[in-house]
Design a protein around this ligand. Structure first.
Ligand SMILES: [Fe+2]
Length: 294
């Protein structure tokens, strides 16, 4: 078995052949996939029908799983449908029934349709996310990705100089506020305390710079909120022009793996009366992007 990767978008994204993700990988395969991630930032693996345990085992080839004491959502532990290490991005409750459109958990999930980078609201944001499509609705539900390296490269010199050392504040509160969901408990608000992130990141392997944008970003240190929000909105509009965007049309058992340090993504609409069962594993980042003030 040997890994081959074919670029499927003009600026990023590779489709991988020659890998059966549920089988153990050789060191050469792991190295080839990592090199592909460094180059393409998003990799698509087709026909990977695997269990949650096999998805976890595949994920661990590329680092440590992300694990936090505080939740990154408002769904309570006892209401989880899936086991540890697997994040549930379905529209199902713990019994496998479709979530009501009046539930807070559903409102919260809708925020994933805004452009974001996973765990940018964490002091150490995520490295890779791996999303497995198990059951997909008959219409819609694409996942879109935007290349934040290409977006950075396309900025003019003055903007690049201006943003080089800017620091943003990220919180789940900001992204949910953007869709009008502000009904959070004091405990949730405390758990979603904003964290600082650099606006310009440098990839640890390739040295390429990228825009570290996310709808979780709601403030720029030292700026007024209106100025910051307007600037972040402008940058996001720049960064998500169609030339930088790949829209993934899911087939059952696709696995899509992306580098959160170099890309943003968003979910797209689907018929909420149909089941969408997609499951994510997430790899921890190495370090904060800025020194966090306790
Ligand atoms: Fe996400």
């Amino acid at each position: 078995m040997s890994v081959t990767i074919r670029q499927i978008h003009p600026v990023f994204v590779g489709e991988v052949a020659g890998v059966v993700c549920r089988r153990p990988l050789s060191a050469e395969d792991v190295a080839a996939i990592e090199a592909g991630m460094d180059e393409y930032a998003v990799l698509v693996f087709r026909d990977q029908n695997f269990t949650d345990e096999e998805q976890l085992a595949f994920t661990r080839h590329f680092g440590e799983l992300e694990s936090y004491q505080t939740a990154g959502h408002i769904r309570k532990q006892e209401d989880q449908r899936l086991g540890p290490g697997i994040a549930d991005f379905s529209n199902l409750d713990k019994h496998g029934n479709i979530l009501s459109d009046r539930e807070r958990v559903w409102f919260f999930k809708l925020g994933d349709r805004l452009w974001h980078s996973d765990s940018s609201f964490r002091p150490i944001p995520a490295k890779y996310s791996l999303l497995s499509g198990r059951v997909l609705p008959s219409w819609g539900a694409n996942t879109e990705f935007a290349d934040m390296r290409a977006a950075y490269d396309a900025l003019d010199a003055r903007t690049k100089a201006e943003i080089e050392d800017l620091v943003c504040q990220h919180s789940l509160i900001y992204s949910r506020e953007a869709i009008g969901f502000t009904d959070m408990t004091p405990e949730e608000i405390a758990a979603f305390e904003p964290v600082s992130q650099r606006l310009v990141r440098t990839h640890p392997v390739t040295g390429r710079k990228s825009l570290f944008l996310s709808s979780h970003a709601g403030a720029v240190t030292g700026w007024t909120v209106p100025e910051a929000r307007m600037f972040l909105r402008d940058l996001t509009e720049h960064a998500t022009q169609r030339e930088f965007v790949y829209s993934h049309a899911w087939r059952p058992y696709d696995l899509v793996m992306w580098d959160n340090r170099a890309t943003m993504h968003r979910a797209r609409r689907f018929d909420r009366n149909e089941v969408r069962d997609v499951r994510r594993t997430t790899l921890a980042g190495d370090a904060p992007t800025v020194e966090q003030i306790a």
